[in-house]
Design a protein around this ligand. Structure first.
Ligand SMILES: [Zn+2]
Length: 445
């Protein structure tokens, strides 16, 4: 850990959090979150909120801070942020990924956007509530968790499986994947700020597919050659064009954007030739956010077969990264089985169904009205994310998640950038905005 910055404002907090190297490598290798949790605990030691710290494995720390609401009989909320980050190769970066440097209106470093910015806002809100004697209406669990960047096996998934009692009464959760400010124009060319809120997530089905044949001499062709079977199955999967489908979240998204833009976007038939592309064309700066939301996908990513050029192996296998749309998994698996053919079988390596949270909940309404209160140009819109988050773990407790980690552009067009890439940075203006929105939202009635 590099030297901590002075101060405990949201900008210094974000910078300090970045200085803890919490890199999560593959296969359970990780730097761990313990030192970062020590730091967070040190910031909250005088706060009157009960804390529970749980280690799922040595140095894999999770921290739950409970703020009991003034009306504890109302549904409770989980506000969750992960402390781990993906690896950063310093050779590729133009600055030290763990410097947490603050300059030119940015905080720099791995985690600045994903998601130590939001974690800093969570801590800032807790500290300000403690200092000012503020309590929310709804009981709120602040969950600082480990291991989101692998699969949550040491973080959210572990907590939900082993300590569900920590989230007693929780009906809603707030986490990453949405909330970014996207400036555009309405039908009259007036400026508006869209804020996509993740009300759905595609599901994850990581599949191992295996072809079984008969081992034999490479000089004797066989009809059941496992290498050929797996190659054909992989090709069929890669070539398959999954039909587009509009989920509940995306229907509401299309209607809302169409209304603001004065266009009948719902009239575009997504399953006509180039239909999805035509819709994305009309979505301007929003296209990037929703480009994976209309179709499931199945992408072959690994192949393994054979051990000697003159031996036909008995088996061959491949990995396929399948992402499903809410409500579409069964039909997709049936189709995949047809594509695999009779000699290739499949098994799940990882399997998390898609999510879709209701739009008519008081908490979703609170997210929208908070945004409109703080930003008069705000147009909140629901959407379905292409990937996944810890929301899936919390869904096992019947908790509806909303991906909303608010962020905005900084002065002179400064932009949050570099999540999972190089030169990650967040505008300091965005951090202040995030704290302001979060503070107001968490006091929802
Ligand atoms: Zn993240």
């Amino acid at each position: 850990m590099r030297g901590l910055s002075e101060g405990t404002d949201v900008v210094s907090l974000c910078s300090n959090l970045i200085r803890f190297d919490t890199t999560n490598y593959e296969h359970g290798r990780a730097q761990g979150e313990a030192a970062c949790v020590d730091y967070i605990e040190s910031l909250l030691c005088d706060a009157p909120f009960p804390r529970i710290r749980l280690e799922s494995a040595p140095s894999r720390s999770n921290l739950i801070v409970t703020v009991t609401g003034t009306r504890p009989e109302l549904p409770a909320l989980v506000c969750q942020g992960h402390l781990d980050v993906v690896p950063a190769d310093p050779e590729l970066w133009s600055f030290d990924p763990f410097s947490g440097e603050i300059s030119d209106g940015y905080v720099y470093g791995r985690g600045a956007v994903d998601m130590k910015d939001f974690v800093a806002a969570m801590i800032a809100v807790l500290r300000s509530w403690a200092a000012n004697g503020v309590r929310p209406t709804h009981t709120t669990y602040f969950a600082f968790v480990a291991d989101e960047e692998t699969d949550g096996a040491f973080g959210a998934a572990w907590l939900v499986r082993n300590h569900p009692e920590l989230f007693r009464g929780a009906r809603f959760a707030l986490g990453e994947s949405g909330g970014m400010q996207i400036p555009w124009r309405d039908a009259q060319s007036n400026p508006v700020n869209f804020y996509p809120i993740a009300t759905g997530e595609r599901g994850t089905a990581h599949l191992r597919i295996t072809a079984q044949g008969t081992a034999g001499h490479g000089s004797r062709p066989r009809n059941d050659n496992a290498v050929v079977q797996i190659a054909r199955a992989v090709t069929r999967i890669a070539d398959h064009r999954w039909p587009a489908r509009v989920t509940r979240s995306m229907r509401a998204f299309i209607d809302a954007v169409g209304a603001v833009r004065g266009e009948d976007l719902a009239a575009i038939d997504l399953n006509s030739q180039g239909g999805v592309e035509r819709l994305l064309d009309r979505l301007g700066p929003l296209a990037d956010v929703v480009d994976r939301a209309f179709r499931p996908s199945s992408v072959p990513t690994m192949l393994r077969a054979g051990y000697k050029v003159n031996v036909i192996p008995e088996r061959a296998d491949a990995m396929v990264d399948v992402r499903t749309l809410p409500g579409g998994e069964d039909a997709m698996m049936t189709c995949l089985d047809t594509l695999l053919g009779p000699r290739v079988r499949r098994e799940f390596i990882a399997h998390e169904p898609a999510l879709e949270s209701p739009l008519d909940t008081p908490f979703f309404q609170a997210v929208c009205s908070t945004l409109r209160d703080i930003d008069p140009l705000a147009v909140p819109v629901p959407f379905c994310t292409g990937g996944g988050s810890d929301a899936k773990a919390f869904s096992h407790l019947g908790i509806h998640s909303y991906g909303f980690a608010p962020s905005c552009l900084g002065a002179h067009g400064r932009k949050a950038q570099g999540a999972h890439g190089v030169d990650e940075r967040v505008p300091t203006d965005s951090l202040h905005f995030s704290q302001r929105v979060l503070d107001r939202l968490l006091l929802w009635e």
